[in-house]
Write a protein that binds this ligand. Structure first.
Ligand code: DGY
Length: 325
């Protein structure tokens, strides 16, 4: 029997890739970098399915270039702002994502960023390597405290809630803003507040919201101005949620204490970006979900979504279930 043709835009972990290769006639992009737009448009021609990553912009042009036989788009990520979902829905195309399996890895990492920035760990490491460590000093690299501090979560979905659970172990007070979830589940101690209160009262703010028209540049000069001068901002959601120009100004003027970013706009951040000159900006390359087991599970879920779509079955994780109505 002829296997369905698919394009996989990068080598995903074997746990998913092996499944894809077993079931499909797969063209796997061999590059370390994503295919260029031209290469993407070329390689999708005539495929039945696509496995994509957050670095691939999948819009009407790509869907049309693939052709009317395209049955499924499976994104190996929980976020799917790289895909024009309305365009896929219009074509009856299910879009898959990989939620849940990365919740703990991402929350662990966001918490680690919060502590690293709050306690100036990366700065301390740079200090040692630069040969500046001469003696113990009473006021060397002083940071901020966690016990009793207020953690403000923007977005209270799976990852936001996982952050709240971690914060309770550090005796922190948790407040959050999420227009879709104004009552916390009984087992989580957290209080819903409006956005301005969250900015004003938080000692740490961690972003866990999808990128939408409403959340693009949600963290702007006006919101940064409401934050405490001792506050730390953490972003593991999507880069464009934060206006980086405004953040640079706030960090440079020490209007906030520090920021830790796993995601930036653009990605990668150009080496001449002014944020990279600041000691109170900690920037890492979009690795919050990057644990071996988590990425294996994400790849496996992406393969499951792909195969279900190719078989004409409902995707186990579909972001546009309206296609089945
Ligand atoms: C996602 O899945 O959306 C993360 O940003 C990458 O793991």
């Amino acid at each position: 029997m002829k296997k369905p043709k698919v394009f996989v835009t990068r080598a995903i972990p074997n746990r998913g890739l092996d499944l894809v290769l077993e079931f499909c006639d797969a063209d796997v992009w061999p590059g370390e970098l994503p295919p260029s737009r031209e290469e993407l448009l070329e390689r999708v021609r005539g495929v039945d399915g696509l496995v994509t990553l957050l670095t691939d912009r999948i819009d009407s042009e790509v869907m049309d270039a693939a052709g009317p036989q395209l049955k499924v788009i499976s994104n190996q990520a929980v976020g799917f702002d790289n895909i024009d979902v309305p365009a896929a829905t219009q074509r009856g195309l299910p879009v898959g994502n990989t939620p849940d399996v990365l919740t703990d890895a991402t929350a662990d990492f966001a918490f680690a960023l919060m502590m690293t920035a709050g306690r100036r760990i990366a700065e301390g490491e740079r200090y040692v390597r630069a040969g500046k460590w001469k003696t113990w000093s009473p006021s060397l690299l002083l940071g901020v405290d966690f016990k009793g501090a207020t953690l403000g979560l923007v977005g209270f979905g799976r990852i936001g809630k996982a952050m709240a659970r971690r914060a309770s172990g550090f005796d922190m007070r948790v407040i959050y803003y999420d227009p879709l979830e104004t009552r916390p589940p009984a087992e989580i101690k957290a209080t819903h507040v409006d956005l301005d209160t969250l900015f004003e009262e938080s000692d740490f703010i961690s972003l866990h919201t999808p990128l939408t028209a409403d959340t693009r540049h949600l963290i702007n000069a006006a919101h940064l101005a409401l934050m405490k001068p001792t506050a730390v901002l953490v972003n593991t959601s999507r880069g464009p949620v934060v206006d980086l120009d405004a953040l640079y100004e706030a960090l440079k003027a020490k209007r906030i204490f520090a920021a830790a970013l796993d995601v930036t706009e653009p990605e990668p951040l150009p080496m001449d970006h002014p944020l990279l000159t600041l000691d109170n900006a900690l920037i890492v390359p979009h690795i919050a979900s990057a644990s071996k087991t988590t990425r294996d599970k994400m790849a496996w879920m992406a393969a499951q979504n792909l195969i279900a779509g190719l078989k004409g079955e409902h995707l186990p994780n579909c972001v546009n279930p309206q296609v089945y109505k």
